[in-house]
Design a protein around this ligand. Structure first.
Ligand SMILES: Nc1ncnc2c1ncn2[C@@H]1O[C@H](COP(=O)(O)OP(=O)(O)O)[C@@H](O)[C@H]1O
Ligand SMILES: O=P(O)(O)OC[C@H]1O[C@](O)(COP(=O)(O)O)[C@@H](O)[C@@H]1O
Ligand SMILES: [Mg+2]
Length: 529
């Protein structure tokens, strides 16, 4: 029997008929009374996706469980059942069959589509509290909220499950085999959410799968919490595979971190909200400078290597920005419809303007005028040329040589100031949910997964789902249109470009994948709304 909650969480259970009727009426969907065929596929070998199917096109993209490769593991009652704080919560434990729909905008005849396992505490756990030896590692660039996640993992393990042995791995992945660990206790992490950075340190590079798993095995660690971006999660997935190959009872859990918000599937990544808020300060400063000086342009560079979410949201929030440039939207400088023409128009009209540029924007243009740069950082990420400095120079040169107009340009690069701040209140709550979900998942025996909200519900996601592609701003989407209409900037796109953007790759849509044939639907229903 199927039931659909308002939030999109779908429950596969033998629930009661009254609820069934209510849901059918509410959603006007004819649901036949058949039990979904769960568990049809055999337990997977490593690195194969674990997929179950049910009726009406229902698909569960499940995450691995320790019992997939270590059968007959003993279980224990969840200690939370005796926790007074949760005593009043009705149905505190998540039903093992609860799943969350990936896409919630559907048509009457839509197949039910892809679902993910709902996160949360289970009735049975696969670790005795006294036997748990957990570790936490943070990798990649800084992001507001890292300390909050650390604090909340420690708090959840300790307060909910009575776990005492928790270690921080110092300085990212390489810390597993080259550094000492830091004992993490509730006292040690008290108040760290009010500080930026990560108390256990982070790094790029230094990933050595065998050495890391040896270290996990030698230290007797059986729960590994790995906080980091796409590179980190790829590494976490390989650690899980190696742990599984060795047959270890070790839960490997990823917590996705990216200030750029470029991780797909999840609603948003932690620290993004804080970054957008903090970016307002830089934009305000640029606006104050621009307004107070004659013919002045305030130029702000914001983070966003491949995705322009911070720039787009900061622009939309501010309303003082006249032009926002992001990696997903190519632009050009010279000629009709170009950036210089628009700047000239705005300065003539208004006497000043504010431009926001994401760090990955216009890299093709920058590369044309500077020597080719193939430099990479320690993790193998391409090092970008500074588009902010390049654009400042280009604008100055153009106005000096080509026009009568004297302009004044103030350039602000707040990158490290933004990502070094502590997370704001909303990110703190979000980090708490992520950390609690991660801990519940590991204690329940799930492994090889990452956590995150899908339509507001915390889910367990297979690693491949979040590492296979990057989340990008869809420039044929309503959100980008909202942004364009707030700045009045040119779109820099011809009709031909728009048509090509559809044919190159169909934009993501809320509708299920096999309904994406008609582009008129796609433009109406997209992921960000
Ligand atoms: N494909 C990969 N496989 C395994 N480890 C990786 C991979 N890409 C990056 N890493 C490791 O993950 C860590 C963080 O990666 P990085 O790209 O710097 O940041 P992020 O995790 O934020 O993307 C580094 O220690 C790096 O060596
Ligand atoms: O200077 P660093 O430490 O290499 O980091 C710079 C990069 O990190 C970022 O802040 C993004 O990092 P994450 O997506 O991993 O959070 C980018 O915007 C920027 O290019
Ligand atoms: Mg990355």
């Amino acid at each position: 029997m199927h039931s659909v909650s308002n939030s999109g969480a779908i429950k596969l259970s033998s629930g009661n008929n009254i609820n069934q009727k209510k849901d059918n009426r509410k959603h006007k969907v004819k649901i036949t009374h058949q039990t979904p065929v769960m568990g049809q596929l055999p337990a997977t070998t490593s690195s194969q996706p674990k997929v179950d199917t049910g009726d009406h096109g229902y698909i569960l993209e499940d995450v691995p469980h320790l019992t997939d490769y270590i059968p007959h593991l003993p279980t224990y009652p969840n200690p939370l059942q005796d926790n007074p704080a949760y005593a009043v919560v009705k149905q505190y434990f998540v039903d093992t069959d609860d799943t969350v729909a990936q896409k919630i905008v559907v048509h009457a005849n839509s197949p039910r589509g892809i679902h993910f396992r709902r996160a949360g505490p289970r009735q049975k756990v696969y670790f005795k509290s006294d036997d748990v030896h957990a570790c936490i590692v943070t990798c990649g660039g800084l992001c507001p909220g890292l300390n909050t996640v650390i604090r909340e993992i420690v708090g959840s393990l300790h307060d909910m499950y009575g776990v005492k042995r928790i270690e921080g791995i110092e300085g990212g992945y390489q810390g597993f085999y080259s550094r000492n660990t830091i004992q993490l206790t509730p006292k040690k992490v008290n108040g760290i959410h009010k500080r930026g950075g990560t108390i256990i340190g982070t790094s790029r590079g230094g990933y050595d799968n065998k050495k890391i798993v040896n270290s996990i095995q030698d230290r007797g660690i059986n729960q590994v919490y790995i906080i980091g971006g796409d590179g980190t999660q790829k590494g976490a997935s390989a650690i899980y595979e190696e742990v599984r190959k060795r047959g270890l009872q070790v839960a490997v859990v990823g917590i996705p971190k990216t200030i750029d918000n470029d991780i797909p599937v999840i609603d948003q990544s932690f620290g993004f909200d804080t970054a957008v808020e903090e970016a307002q300060r830089a934009i305000n400063a640029a606006h104050v400078e621009a307004e107070s000086n004659e013919n002045c342009i305030g130029l702000v560079k914001l983070m966003g290597r491949n995705s322009g979410f911070i720039a787009m949201y900061a622009t939309l929030a501010s309303r003082d920005v006249d032009c926002c440039l992001i990696p997903e939207s190519p632009f050009y400088l010279e000629g009709p419809g170009g950036l210089f023409e628009y700047i000239e128009k705005r300065i003539k009209e208004n006497g000043h303007m504010v431009i926001v540029v994401a760090e990955g924007a216009g890299q093709d243009l920058v590369a044309e005028s500077l020597r080719a740069n193939d430099n990479k950082d320690a993790s193998g990420n391409k090092l970008l040329d500074d588009v902010g400095l390049w654009l400042s120079q280009k604008i100055k040169d153009h106005f000096k040589k080509q026009t009568e107009m004297e302009i004044n340009l103030k350039y602000i690069d707040p990158t490290y100031m933004i990502r070094a701040v502590p997370s704001n209140a909303s990110d703190n709550v979000y980090c708490t949910l992520l950390a609690q979900s991660a801990v519940h998942g590991a204690m329940s025996g799930y492994t090889g997964f990452t956590v995150g909200p899908v339509h507001g519900r915390e889910c367990y996601l297979p690693f491949y789902r979040i590492t296979e592609k990057q989340n990008k701003v869809v420039i044929t989407d309503r959100m980008w249109a909202r942004m364009l209409s707030s700045t009045h900037q040119p779109s820099f796109l011809s009709t031909k470009d728009i048509i090509e953007s559809f044919t190159d790759e169909a934009p993501p849509t809320q509708l299920l994948d096999d309904q994406v044939a008609d582009n008129s639907l796609v433009t109406k229903e997209t992921t960000i709304c």
